[in-house]
Design a protein around this ligand. Structure first.
Ligand code: GDP
Ligand code: MG
Ligand code: ZN
Length: 295
């Protein structure tokens, strides 16, 4: 068989489900550990992934020690939240920052809108993000997912969020065959013993795809440097380059244009606190280990 091009739609440990001409092949990657990610276009020869095409984007998080790649070649991040259980606003911010950094569109999906009072409270909290330009869409995965559909068209989207927010319910409503398809892939890969703790790509149409990802508890951003971090806050951008010090970290420096923006109400205190907490983490990691955070 000669080499063929395909797309990675699921990963189970060192085995990958690669879709080629509508068929799913169980493939391996020799030697290189962990470089293939769901969403990748790859060249396959005899069920071995030989090479990965250049990616248009790579959505990943990182904790203190390692990177966790979530998916590649995306165009949109959908952060799934709900009024119950209470969502982490910090996690929401980290997802939005990672999306901005990779130039991806975001959508904040507030699920369980059938629960009126928790939804009202959550919408109040989300007002800040609406004012920043992020779209906030209330939805009930149990009742009607149609408000989400226009946002999925011609996009490769990934659903991210804490567990319990309703990601699986959404996927099942969007793709009635999701469970069966996933079971088929598991058996094709002989990985029935693995739970689906990995991302999985589903087709909505020829041009629209959606990736379900495992529930997140945290979303580290240690892979960003200070410059990239500040640029990932859209409301910071007008102030960047206007601080007294060219290398201002926007933490406690005099003449900081972003501190002025907070004082005049152009930037919210909450967002500034989120930035500073992340910036301090980056700085202490850097000085402690003496290595650059920018990749
Ligand atoms: N009331 C309500 N409950 C929902 C909705 N969507 C999901 N749930 C419930 O929320 C819980 C978590 O859903 P699940 O899809 O497993 O969340 P996941 O962990 O994000 O995949 C389940 O008990 C669902 O029945 C919704 O739109 N409204
Ligand atoms: Mg789930
Ligand atoms: Zn500054």
């Amino acid at each position: 068989m000669k080499p063929a091009k395909g797309r990675v739609i699921a990963a189970y440990g060192r085995q990958f489900a690669v879709e080629m001409d509508g068929k799913i092949h169980s493939c391996i990657r020799r030697g290189r550990n962990g470089d293939v990610v769901v969403g990748d276009w790859v060249e396959v020869d005899n069920d071995v992934i030989e090479s990965i095409e250049p990616r248009s984007s790579l959505f990943y998080r990182s904790d203190a020690y390692r990177e966790k790649r979530i998916a590649s070649n995306l165009t949109r991040i959908i952060v799934v939240l709900a009024g119950v259980p209470t969502f982490s606003e910090e996690l929401l911010n980290h997802c939005l920052i990672a999306a901005e950094d990779q130039g991806l569109k975001s959508l904040i999906l507030l699920n369980k809108a059938d629960m009126m009072e928790p939804t009202r409270i959550a919408l109040d909290t989300l007002d800040l993000y609406r004012h920043l330009g992020y779209e906030v869409v209330p939805i009930s995965a149990k009742e009607d997912v149609s408000p989400l559909l226009p946002f999925l068209e011609n996009e490769t989207s990934v659903l991210v969020g804490q567990s319990g927010m309703g990601k699986s319910t959404l996927i099942n409503a969007l793709i009635p065959d999701a469970k069966r398809e996933t079971a088929e892939i598991s058996s094709a890969l002989d990985s029935g013993r693995h739970t689906t703790t990995h991302a999985r790509l589903f087709h909505l149409s020829e041009k629209s795809h959606i990736i379900d990802s495992p529930g997140l508890q945290e979303f580290g951003l240690n892979h960003l440097g200070l410059d990239r971090l500040a640029k990932a806050f859209p409301e910071f951008r007008p102030g960047l380059g206007h601080c007294r010090f060219r290398n201002c970290r926007h933490i406690d420096e005099p003449g900081c244009a972003l501190a002025d923006a907070v004082a005049s109400g152009k930037v919210s205190e909450k967002r500034m606190m989120i930035y500073r907490k992340l910036a301090r983490t980056l700085i202490s990691r850097n000085s402690g280990k003496g290595r650059a955070t920018n990749r």
